[in-house]
Design a protein. Structure first.
Length: 172
């Protein structure tokens, strides 16, 4: 890859950090609790959505180390044991990248269903790990509601990220 420098000497590709900036925004929104009919602690996993989308479209823009660091930050802010979300997000990224060739040619509905399945695996593993660490099973209903909210938010995240992705492709 050839890098183009502007007159100031900065990389003109510095706009490529924009997808990585979605992760902290997703973390802050995911750790802000809005009451939802008695589920005060249920929010969609926006970070997982951003990781899933950018791992599918342009995985070099959110490397595994960045996903790991953001996952650790998410764990600290959400009060979960450090490493749970970090490892699960890296696993989600690896899963999506491994299926990238297949999914990149599919229509949106197929990608959405595949992302729903990957997010279901993510939420089930999170539930299993947290239940195992606490030595008692967590309630399943909040996990199902969080998964549903996350899956329902995917089209919005996809549309927003897709606009940025197409703008980056046009520019570079």
């Amino acid at each position: 890859m050839r890098y183009r420098f502007s007159e100031s000497g900065l990389l003109s590709e510095s706009v490529f950090i924009l997808p990585g900036l979605f992760l902290p925004v997703g973390i802050l929104l995911s750790t802000t609790y809005f009451p939802l009919y008695g589920f005060a602690e249920v929010m969609p996993q926006l970070v997982a959505l951003f990781v899933g989308y950018w791992s599918l479209c342009w995985p070099r823009l959110i490397p595994s180390w960045l996903v790991l660091v953001m996952g650790l930050w998410l764990d600290v802010l959400s009060g979960l044991p450090v490493g749970v979300n970090a490892l699960l997000l890296v696993g989600l990224r690896m899963l999506v990248v491994s299926q990238r060739r297949l999914l990149s040619r599919e229509p949106f509905l197929s990608v959405w269903l595949a992302m729903a399945a990957a997010l279901l695996l993510y939420h089930l593993l999170q539930w299993l790990v947290l239940s195992g660490l606490n030595r008692f099973p967590y309630p399943v209903l909040p996990v199902v509601v969080q998964w549903l909210l996350t899956v329902l938010c995917y089209p919005c995240i996809h549309a927003m990220s897709d606009r940025l992705y197409r703008a980056l492709l046009k520019r570079f």
